[in-house]
Design a protein around this ligand. Structure first.
Ligand code: GLN
Length: 527
């Protein structure tokens, strides 16, 4: 762009969880389509150091970046929308910042000064924003939570100061508010949104644009009222009702007043090319001639956020294959053979802890015995290996995660990982290479033999049992380059039974389906 670095701050008011992350990602997608190099960052106010130890049922999936950062699921939205790979720099948490700050204080780095939230924490936040922005034309920062939350105030103050430092003209503040519809009086109520805008102004930030989230389309008068009371020009107030697919949001942004604002702000006059999104939307809305049902053998039932990237990867594969997709939730705790027989393919996703583990082993065994297409992800590989070893006669074969005393520890904990079971940041995390066996199903799927995938696990296949694993029907078709770690297994003489120790779902994109998921869908179509 050859101009000064630009920053866009996306804040939220009234409620959290109304699509701030998708909005931030979509703004990024539009700018990217106008030719900008876009980077993006999530700032979260909570005191965890990363998302690794958070309960996925409460917080959604833990998204892992290539450098092994355990982050919140918004980073997944960012990667899918922008088709970039993010790192720890793109996930900033209060807990992590405070830990650094206090360690520096202990190390005597403050030279006797009183260490305070303002200016020390706020400066640390600004430093993180600068670092994450490096190399981009436009850097987008999403602030988690809602403005006014006690714990998020340091971020709001930090971005106010930041704009002062880099120049207000180089910053865009976009506030996402929720407007409820009151059924009894049949009206949209803008008061909470007005208050939210007042709150933001009270902290010294006058937003340039407001995005108004509603469940159903709202009349123009709602936007006019927010513009008037919020002190924002009407053309910068964008109504944003729920839509059939989130991938439509970039188009909505690009075809409204916000596009003019983004053009003026970035200096990029090029009309955004959003063809790839139009293709995704068209595929999603097409009437399929065939629909396949994939059984998701899950511990957290009906909780899409917990398996968000897996579900998005399945959808992308279905769009790629131009088939309809039905996801059948199968409770790992209650599953029976009838449940497994009712679907066209089975997927066992990653997981931790013993609950439901026998159901997952049973799913793998069923798929192995009945030629059912199967994709095992991380824990899904480990249960496949247990199932195969049991099939070969090792009745008490198990992972030491679930039966620490078993003699047939076909999945076990590596030496360096012992004693770290409940601790944060100690898993095998992020990108690791694997070498695939020539001619294997996985090598065919990837169409290469040297691949890299992201990881998040502590246990590994115990190669002492390679003979039994093979007897049970599984071939090891991918390992770490030194051969020590098993990365891929697949069933011998089976239409498609593939499992990986990695998490391929993180690298799937809506318009670039992941080969292992495509493989599962293709086999399920043929079933
Ligand atoms: N619990 C298993 C491990 O730690 C699997 C982890 C996962 O599925 N991500 O190795």
């Amino acid at each position: 762009m050859g101009q000064k670095q630009k920053y866009i701050f996306v804040t939220g008011g009234v409620l959290s969880g109304v699509g701030k992350g998708i909005t931030a990602a979509s703004i990024g997608a539009v700018l990217q389509a106008k030719g900008a190099a876009v980077s993006i960052q999530k700032c979260d106010p909570y005191l965890n150091v990363d998302a690794g130890l958070l309960n996925p049922a409460e917080h959604g999936e833990c998204f892992v970046t290539k450098d092994g950062a355990e982050t919140d699921l918004d980073l997944g939205h960012y990667e899918r929308f922008l088709d970039i790979e993010l790192t720890q720099k793109n996930a900033t948490l209060s807990g992590r910042l405070l830990l650094e700050l206090i360690s520096n204080e202990r190390a005597g780095k403050f030279g006797g000064k009183t260490v305070q939230l303002v200016p020390h924490l706020t400066q640390a936040i600004q430093q993180k924003i600068k670092e994450a922005a490096e190399g981009s034309d436009v850097h987008i920062v999403e602030i988690g939570g809602t403005v006014g939350d006690y714990e998020g105030l340091s971020y709001i103050e930090a971005i106010r100061e930041f704009a002062q430092t880099v120049g207000r003209a180089n910053c865009l503040f976009i506030h996402v508010v929720y407007v409820p519809f009151i059924g009894t009086s049949k009206e949209f109520k803008t008061k909470p949104a007005q208050n939210a805008l007042n709150d933001l102004r009270g902290f010294g930030i006058v937003p340039d644009a407001v995005i108004v989230r509603t469940d159903n389309p709202a009349p123009d008068s709602v936007a006019e009222k927010i513009a008037l009371f919020g002190g924002v020009p009407r053309h910068n107030v964008q109504l944003m009702p729920n839509v059939d697919t989130v991938f439509r949001i970039p188009n909505i942004i690009a075809s409204n007043g916000l596009n003019t604002l983004l053009t003026e702000f970035s200096g990029l006059t090029k009309k955004p090319d959003l063809k790839k999104w139009e293709t995704v939307i068209a595929r999603q809305n097409a009437t399929p001639t065939k629909t396949v049902t994939i059984g998701l053998v899950a511990k957290y039932m009906d909780n899409e956020d917990t398996y968000l990237s897996v579900i998005e990867a399945l959808k992308a594969a279905a769009w790629h294959e131009e088939v309809g997709l039905m996801i059948q939730w199968i409770s790992a705790e209650k599953a029976t053979a009838t449940d497994f027989a009712a679907v066209d393919g089975l997927l066992v996703p990653g997981g931790f802890g013993e609950r439901g583990i026998e159901g997952k082993i049973a799913a793998a065994r069923y798929a192995l015995d009945h030629d059912t297409p199967y994709l095992g992800i991380c824990l899904g590989l480990q249960v496949a290996v247990v199932a195969a070893a049991r099939k070969a006669g090792l009745k008490d074969a198990n992972s030491t995660e679930f039966n620490p005393g078993t003699k047939h520890n076909v999945v076990y904990i590596m030496e360096g990982q012992q004693g770290k079971e409940s601790t944060g940041g100690t898993l095998r995390l992020g990108d690791y290479p694997a070498v695939l066996t020539k001619g294997s199903k996985v090598a065919q799927a990837y169409n290469e033999t040297d691949i890299v995938e992201r990881h998040r696990h502590r246990y590994e296949v115990n190669q002492k049992f390679n003979k039994e694993i093979k007897q049970g029907g599984l071939a090891i078709t991918g390992t770490s380059p030194n051969g020590k770690l098993v990365e891929f297994v697949e069933a011998i003489d089976h239409p498609y039974f593939v499992a990986t120790q990695a998490h391929p779902e993180f690298k799937s994109r809506p318009f670039k389906a992941h080969p292992l998921f495509v493989g599962l869908l293709e086999a399920a179509i043929d079933k």
